[in-house]
Design a protein around this ligand. Structure first.
Ligand SMILES: Nc1ncnc2c1ncn2[C@@H]1O[C@H](COP(=O)(O)OP(=O)(O)OP(=O)(O)O)[C@@H](O)[C@H]1O
Length: 936
């Protein structure tokens, strides 16, 4: 095992596994000790029989078929094998001991693991079948990594073998899965052996080779993936006549796989496709699809997993035909699993990804050969070198890109490597852009369009990206039996003017416009979209549009594109939700063929061609500046400086998945232009986009949109046919537009005056409110006097305040009512003005008059209110001062009363005191008299 971080007790675990393997097989070399010659052993090995058990598993007949093995030798072999390892009965306890060695590899999904009793088991074949993009291959990649993990992490500490029959294996996926499980991706890749099978025979040979390897590296491998098991059989045995043979061959392969899984305690994971089940309709089956391969595959697989798309990014797995598992379903979230390929690894959601940049260098063309201009560009898979002279006197430059295609690379290879992964993203609901950039005559149009001729619907080998993309979309979606529709649009940008190349009416006054979308990115409006029936129809539409495109012969290119063009393919795919609602996934692919940059002094462009070249270069310069600014993370990106950059705004630093194909010439005479293109492209590599998947739309919403569009088109058509539409001259149209804009200005001025008046009213009402609050505080003051002046005085004050509070409330109500009326009147006026703005100016004048009157009335009312409230305030002030005087005099009176009372009481007390003293004296005298009488 490689550099994977080891858990502490791993050594012990490895030893344990090795001991366990004794239970499964004895190496074939053992038979040499029992009299079988080394030459015969090697014959057996080359036939894939690498263990003693494999001799048991192979029939006498098949052993005799091995060259050089006679019947007598085969008998001897069988006898020796039985001696070394019994193939007879064992007790159920012994068998259960073997079964106890079954290991489970986690699928990476807890729910799926739970469904499968712990994961994918060894000693069995697990088959996953389902539609395209249901996660079969993703599970295969995940298992290949998880198998390497220690058992505590759901693995087996083992290596994985991957047989790829459809070109689906992606090391990038392995890297991201390794990162998810926190292991070194290089080690993870080292622990997977991979082979691409090209025919069903080759597939079988690879399996035999694997058996030998598994035997040689005992207990090292725990997983064998075949993605997919049947694809090559379907290609190799086409037609009903070959079906029986196909099934027979498939059966042999599957039986081999069963033996391998049991012999080496390996989990075999195979993927399979599905097909419509014609018989299901009669039996009312809810999902009328079934796996391919018939009973042969059904009997070979121990566990069959049906994968289907669920809600959103979710996949649903269902167990079929398992000997020991219930037929249950489990949801598997696939959020992490958007990565489609090496070139287009996509991180979900808001995560930024670099745009992809590839370079294509064509061979020298006639002009360059005639000029004897030597080849100075050397290409490798990802690297490209520009040497000005072969002797290396001048320094040479080396660039690295996501991919580099040399002159030997044909259109198909460019398409398969660059565009197929992009189309996968389009079908997943992303907007993607592919644009070709480069010097004039370097092959941009050749790459994007190429040869558009078809023969019986078969495209030419020189067909470019667009026709191939159209075919690929139809082929893939039809194969998936998807419910989908495709629309295309085609526009050009010539001398900074936009033109719809699909518009049926070139004199259509409606101009194409670039407007801001919700994210302030430029989007095109007003262009035709053609619903196409099939790829061929799409190519016809492209051809018709291309004829209208501005092309011209220049000194550098017989057919030079003088405009930038954007061909957009929009795909709608129906998805049925579990609740039965139909949603539509929308993906767009913008295919941009830029006009070529041109060194005017070198290409010798004159007059109109020079002017065109100037505009082309200008917009390309802006494009370059945008690329630089994005590269330097500048705050301002000058998108708005040209229509081209406005159109590409979402593709450069936006939410689209973007790929640039930079095209170059290999000839020395284009040295400067080539370096300039490569510098641009190299800088573009650092631009990051944040792709966002498009929102699904409901079918209803789309139908509604279509109905509106149809209604609009019908109305246009009827008007054109019956000539009862409104026809006006261009001058009259312009005049009306001007008049309309005048009216709009006036309305805006009126609204401004109106707003001013409303503000004045608001201020006034606010000042009234402040007066009210002053009153309230006065009321509080008066209330506090209750303590000093008694109940009657306060009641009187309250009564007084209440009377006035009513006045104020009335006054406020009046103002609010007037404000409401005023708002109502203003809204009515606005409404009237908007709906009637195209009508005669007399209405406008009336409205102005009405506004003036209303404003006058309002001003008058305002003055009245002001006067009334001022009078009220004055009255209130006066009343208050009278009350204050009353209070003051009342207080003085109370003071006097109190003084008088105090004085009179004092006098009374004094007289009482005097009386008491007198009485005291009299009493004293009486007592003395009494005492004297007694004594005498
Ligand atoms: N990879 C290629 N293989 C074969 N021929 C090619 C290749 N690339 C370009 N050519 C040929 O080179 C010529 C110029 O190509 P093309 O018109 O596509 O250039 P361009 O970059 O679109 O130029 P412009 O900017 O002037 O429109 C054409 O004759 C085209 O067929």
């Amino acid at each position: 095992m490689n550099e994977i971080e080891q858990v502490p007790d791993q050594e012990a675990e490895i030893q344990e596994f090795e001991d366990e393997d004794e239970l499964f097989y004895t190496e074939i070399d053992e038979i040499q000790n029992h009299g079988i010659g080394a030459a015969d052993i090697s014959k057996l090995k080359s036939a894939g029989i690498c263990t003693v058990r494999a001799i048991h598993m192979t029939t006498r007949k098949n052993l005799c078929k091995i060259k050089g093995l006679s019947e007598a030798k085969v008998d001897k072999l069988k006898e020796t094998a039985t001696k070394l390892q019994s193939a007879s009965f064992m007790t159920a306890t012994e068998f259960s001991l073997i079964r106890s060695k079954v290991m489970y590899i986690s699928t990476g999904s807890k729910s799926l693991d739970a469904l499968m009793g712990g994961g994918i088991p060894t000693m069995s074949i697990t088959e996953a079948f389902g539609e395209f993009r249901t996660g079969k291959t993703q599970i295969a990649h995940t298992l290949s990594v998880v198998a390497q993990l220690p058992p505590v992490m759901g693995g087996t500490n083992g290596k994985a073998a991957f047989i790829d029959t459809e070109g689906t294996f992606r090391p990038e996926r392995i890297k991201s899965i390794a990162a998810r499980f926190g292991i070194d991706h290089e080690a993870a890749l080292e622990n997977i052996i991979f082979a691409r099978a090209y025919t069903s025979e080759h597939q079988m040979e690879l399996i035999i080779e694997l058996a030998a390897r598994f035997a040689e590296e005992r207990g090292v491998y725990r997983l064998l993936v075949i993605d997919s098991i049947i694809a090559l059989f379907r290609t190799d045995y086409a037609g009903r006549g070959e079906l029986a043979e196909r099934q027979q061959k498939l059966n042999i392969m599957l039986s081999r796989l069963i033996k391998i899984s049991e012999e080496f305690n390996v989990a075999v994971y195979i993927t399979n496709q599905i097909q419509a089940d014609p018989g299901s309709n009669m039996m009312f089956v809810s999902d009328p699809r079934k796996p391919i391969g018939g009973h042969v595959l059904a009997h070979a697989s121990t566990v069959r997993l049906y994968l289907r798309k669920g809600r959103g990014d979710e996949r649903v797995a269902k167990v079929y035909d398992s000997p020991d598992m219930p037929e249950a379903e489990a949801p598997i979230p696939m959020k992490r699993k958007r990565r489609r390929s090496n070139e287009h690894s996509v991180k979900e959601g808001e995560k930024a990804i670099n745009i992809q940049v590839v370079v294509r260098c064509r061979a020298r063309i006639e002009r360059e050969i005639a000029a004897n201009s030597p080849v100075i560009v050397k290409t490798a898979a990802r690297e490209l070198q520009v040497r000005l002279n072969p002797l290396d006197i001048l320094p040479h430059k080396t660039y690295t890109f996501d991919r580099v295609f040399g002159p030997e690379v044909n259109q198909k290879k460019v398409f398969d490597n660059v565009v197929v992964p992009i189309l996968n993203e389009v079908r997943a609901g992303y907007n993607c852009t592919l644009f070709a950039y480069g010097q004039t005559s370097t092959g941009k149009t050749f790459t994007m369009e190429g040869n558009l001729n078809t023969n019986n619907d078969i495209i030419s080998s020189d067909a470019g990206v667009i026709p191939r993309a159209l075919h690929n979309i139809y082929e893939t979606l039809e194969e998936e039996s998807a419910d989908f529709s495709v629309k295309v649009s085609y526009i050009e940008l010539y001398n900074e003017e936009l033109k719809d190349l699909l518009s049926s009416d070139d004199t259509d006054p409606r101009k194409l416009k670039i407007l801001d979308d919700n994210n302030k990115k430029g989007v095109l409006h007003g262009h035709e979209e053609v619903l196409i029936q099939n790829a061929e129809h799409g190519i016809r539409v492209l051809k018709q549009g291309s004829i209208k495109r501005h092309m011209a012969q220049t000194n550098y290119n017989k057919n030079s594109s003088r405009s930038h063009s954007v061909f957009c393919i929009t795909v709608h795919i129906k998805e049925t939700m579990p609740d039965g609602e139909d949603l539509l996934k929308v993906g767009k692919l913008y295919l941009v063929d830029l006009a070529g940059s041109e060194n005017i002094s070198r290409t010798g462009a004159e007059n109109i061609r020079a002017k065109e070249a100037g505009t082309i270069n200008k917009s390309l310069l802006t494009l370059g500046r945008c690329i630089n600014s994005l590269n330097e993370h500048a705050i301002h990106i000058p998108y708005r400086e040209s229509k081209l950059t406005r159109l590409l705004q979402d593709s450069l630093g936006g939410r689209t998945k973007t790929c640039i194909i930079a095209t170059i010439s290999p000839a020395k005479q284009s040295y400067e232009e080539t370096l300039s293109t490569l510098d641009y492209a190299h800088r573009a590599k650092n631009i990051q986009n944040k792709p966002v998947v498009n929102q699904r739309v409901t079918k209803k919403a789309l139908i509604k949109e279509y109905i509106c569009e149809i209604e609009r088109l019908k109305a246009d058509l009827t008007a054109a046919r019956e000539k009862n539409g409104v026809y006006i001259s261009k001058e009259e149209f312009d005049r009306l537009v001007d008049e309309n804009s005048d009216l709009n200005n006036k309305i805006n001025q009126f609204i401004a005056v109106d707003n001013h008046n409303r503000n004045a009213f608001r201020e006034f009402s606010e000042s009234l409110l402040s007066v009210t609050s002053q009153f309230e505080s006065k009321l509080d003051e008066l209330k506090s006097m209750h303590i000093v002046f008694g109940e009657s005085m306060v009641n009187k004050t309250n009564e007084f305040m209440e009377n006035h509070a009513m006045d104020i409330a009335e006054c406020l109500k009046y103002i609010n009512d007037r404000l409401d009326q005023f708002d109502q009147q203003r809204d009515n006026m606005e409404h009237l003005l908007k709906t009637e703005e195209k009508a005669s100016s007399s209405l406008y004048e009336e409205l102005i008059k009405f506004r003036q009157e209303t404003t006058k009335n309002l001003i008058q009312k305002e003055q009245e209110l002001r006067t009334k409230s001022t009078t009220m305030l004055e009255n209130l002030k006066h009343e208050l001062s009278v009350q204050f005087d009353n209070i003051r005099s009342f207080r003085e009176k109370i003071d006097e009363d109190v003084k008088y009372m105090v004085k009179s009481t004092q006098t009374h007390i004094d007289s009482q005191n005097r009386t008491i003293i007198n009485n005291k004296d009299h009493t004293k005298e009486a007592i003395e008299d009494e005492v004297n009488v007694k004594n005498n």
